[in-house]
Ligand binder design. Structure first.
Ligand code: ADP
Ligand code: MG
Length: 381
């Protein structure tokens, strides 16, 4: 058993005095490209991290739900609830129970203990990993007939309506639907997916993930403001979402948007959607190395047009590129979080060192770097 499986099992036994009936795991994710496009009905291309959250679960003896975590060992217990009744981290779990019921399914009452190796609040989606591990456990233990393609939206409703975080469908889709060795090309309007071969090792390449360890600031407010700008732009342009503006139609759209901020936000979304499509086309052709410039262009667009980067992530991108990376970009919602760099497989150590040196020079908190291989989606262990 992996370390997290052991820790989740031990936490379960310590809290409830019995063995779990089973273990369910769901991964964090990195988004290769396609940032803030999900809530614009656009395209994203995440892959699952090898880092996962494990839920140790067993039926509850008394018809209520209980959940504890190695980070919060005192169990939180609840019955059937409505949004607002369970707060704090337990809301992610109560939210999944609530959203399943809302979707017409009867989740079994269970006891849960959680352990995770997904860093919290680093833009790698520990929240979706938590929701997805619990959702998968409830579906399996309850014998619920919930098709895979419906599951992300159920977990998203838990996060949006119960926890109160207005996130798009990207994170939960990645945690639930990703496959090992593949990137998940997702159309956030139709929820159609395509598993895109993403075998970096065969090409002598690797993705280095660099956690900037920068403190997240104003994330919720800024996220909400970006969403509002996108909705406002779409309304002015008379389209359902910015996904409906093509690169060819962009100059005309920009002319019609009087406001400079709306112009910048719109330019990011429209060009970012196209970069996802271009990345997918290259990957389908096996031309992995050539996606580098698209990643770097995505970063420039997030920095200059969407204005969601901070000094630490810009420095990480610049240092990785200066060290020879084929491309690099911030991944995740922004205002801190992680950077990914496409590098030659042999250069992981030297690239990580170059970024660490650039951080030390500026007095930033040291970054944490690792090579990420595309792992499997949510599953029973
Ligand atoms: P991210 O998803 O980028 O990691 P979020 O702010 O969306 O950041 O989600 C982090 C929150 O999810 C934590 O503050 C906590 O409430 C909850 N969470 C995630 N993993 C765990 C865990 N292993 N134990 C307890 N709470 C967790
Ligand atoms: Mg999250």
């Amino acid at each position: 058993m992996s370390d997290i499986s052991v820790k989740a099992t031990e936490a379960f036994t310590a809290a409830y005095g019995e063995e779990p009936a089973g273990l369910w795991a769901a991964p964090g994710r990195v988004n290769l490209i396609g940032e803030h496009t999900d809530y614009n009905d656009g395209f994203v291309l995440p892959f699952a991290l090898p880092q996962r959250t494990v839920a140790a679960v067993a039926p509850s003896p008394d018809g209520t739900w209980s959940v504890c975590s190695t980070l919060a060992p005192e169990p939180v217990s609840f019955g059937v609830t409505e949004p607002g009744e369970v707060t704090g981290w337990g809301a992610y779990v109560a939210g999944v129970v609530w959203a399943l019921r809302e979707a017409g399914f009867e989740p079994p009452a269970v006891r849960i203990a959680i352990d995770s190796e997904v860093p919290l609040g680093s833009g790698l989606s520990s929240s979706a990993a938590l929701e997805s591990s619990v959702l998968t456990a409830l579906i399996d233990l309850g014998g619920l007939d919930v098709p895979l393609e419906r599951r992300p939206a159920i977990a998203q409703r838990a996060e949006n309506l119960y926890v109160g975080a207005p996130t798009g469908i990207l994170d939960q889709s990645a945690s639930i639907r990703c496959e090992a060795g593949k990137a998940l090309f997702l159309d956030c309007r139709s929820y159609e997916i395509e598993q895109i071969p993403f075998d970096l090792a065969a090409a002598g390449l690797a993705i280095l993930v660099i956690n900037s360890n920068a403190p997240h600031q104003h994330v919720d407010g800024e996220y909400g403001a970006r969403r509002k700008s996108c909705e406002e732009s779409a309304a002015i342009l008379g389209v359902p979402a910015l996904r409906d503006v093509s690169v060819a139609g962009l100059p005309d759209a920009l002319d019609r948007l009087g406001d400079d901020v709306l112009r910048k936000r719109t330019r990011h979304i429209v060009t970012e959607n196209q970069r996802v499509l271009d990345t997918v086309a290259l990957l389908r052709d096996g031309r992995v190395r050539e996606i580098g410039p698209l990643l770097t262009a995505s970063h420039a667009s997030m920095r200059d047009d969407f204005e969601i980067t901070v000094a630490q992530v810009d420095v990480a991108v610049e240092a990785a590129l200066a060290a020879g990376a084929h491309g690099a970009r911030m991944t995740g919602g922004g205002f801190g979080g992680c950077v990914l760099a496409l590098i030659d497989a042999a250069e992981a150590g030297s690239t990580a060192d170059a970024v660490a040196a650039a951080y030390a020079e500026r007095g930033f908190t040291a970054p944490t770097s690792w090579v990420a291989v595309a792992g499997p989606g949510a599953t029973r262990l």
